[in-house]
Ligand binder design. Structure first.
Ligand code: ADP
Ligand code: MG
Length: 322
């Protein structure tokens, strides 16, 4: 099983300037099953990007382990091919000096296991998959000659070229106009469907993947987008998972007061979740009680003691109300 598992993962940063510490991710347990699409939602600053960056090894956990297929990701030389990330900002992600063709060919050219003769065909086919058609009209352009939506599609194409098993997309549409963002979401949705059950469609030589359905870790502050793309939703509050379940269950039947607040605040808007600008200063220390208690309308005494993560029907929730 090519599951990804975060077990007890904590990331503590040194606060910029000062001597303080920020516990950006706090004892995180998270599983992404093979072929599953998981949406990670939470306000700005809740630790979403840090989780994504640890998964692609741009950050190292302070504590805990991340495994892929049962092996530590820190002992996988081919991880950078198997897990690819699409960043939030389509504008800074391409070298403006290079053509799209060069930027897409390059990661393939430097690999020993890729048939060099086949690269132009693969690049063209991948551009087609992300809706940049006809590919010839994009190949010799530079990133600044593309629109934001086209650039984000090119970005997705670059991530796909190495045929990853996992695609991490960190707010891939948040810097795009809504309608353009919907186009990009459609590409992501379409890719999963096309790849489902298809054997090595654009074949890397050593296809060792039986089920070629990609897993997604889709990071968003947009619940409508989460619902569109994901099977399961994980709600993060200050580095901790407070609730998870099937997307429709969580949206129609939110359990945690924080999830309820998120849903009430964003009926279908594309606004970043920024419910409260007056979050108290984050501390680097661990805290066993509920971090949401200070904002919670249902706050009780027990909220400051250790809170179990419990199964309630088909969902999991960390709250004393259950
Ligand atoms: P999100 O993606 O949910 O907005 P982030 O993972 O970017 O959240 O950030 C979580 C917290 O960690 C924030 O308080 C942020 O300021 C802090 N943080 C992230 N990266 C760093 C860093 N390199 N150095 C110091 N603090 C950081
Ligand atoms: Mg982020």
């Amino acid at each position: 099983m090519s599951d990804i598992e975060f077990r007890g993962v904590t990331k503590v940063f040194r606060a910029p300037g000062g001597s303080g510490r920020i516990r950006a991710v706090d004892n995180l347990n998270l599983t992404i099953r093979e072929g599953e699409s998981v949406a990670l939602v939470g306000e700005s600053g809740s630790g979403k990007s840090t989780i994504a960056r640890m998964l692609v090894r741009l950050e190292t956990p302070t504590e805990g382990t991340i495994t892929f297929n049962g092996r530590s990701i820190h002992r996988m030389p081919d991880l950078s091919r198997r897990i690819q990330m699409v960043m939030q900002d389509p504008f800074s992600s391409f070298n403006p000096m290079h053509t799209i063709s060069y930027s897409l060919r390059r990661p393939l050219e430097i690999r020993k296991d890729v048939d060099k003769e086949d690269i132009p065909r693969r690049v063209a086919e991948t551009l087609r998959q992300v809706g940049l058609v006809p590919p010839e009209s994009f190949l010799e352009k530079r990133a600044n000659q593309l629109s934001g939506g086209q650039r984000q599609r090119a970005n997705i194409a670059r991530a796909l070229l190495l045929e990853p098993e996992v695609l991490v997309a960190d707010e891939p549409t948040s810097m795009l106009d809504v309608s353009v963002g919907i186009g990009v979401l459609n590409v992501l949705l379409d890719l999963r469907e096309k790849r489902q059950g298809v054997e090595g469609s654009i074949g890397i030589k050593e296809v060792d993947i039986k089920n070629t359905r990609m897993s997604y870790l889709f990071i968003t502050h947009n619940l409508a987008a989460a619902r569109y793309i994901a099977d399961r939703m994980v709600v993060l509050y200050r580095g901790q998972v407070v609730e998870e379940g099937l997307v429709d269950d969580v949206i129609h039947h939110p359990l945690h007061p924080y999830t309820r607040m998120l849903i009430a605040a964003t009926p279908d808007a594309d606004k970043p979740l920024q419910l409260d600008a007056t979050l108290d200063v984050e501390s680097g220390a661990s805290y066993q009680g509920c971090k949401f208690a200070s904002r919670c309308p249902f706050r009780q005494e027990e909220c400051s003691s250790e809170i179990q993560y419990k199964k309630v029907e088909n969902q999991m929730v960390r709250c004393v109300l259950y």
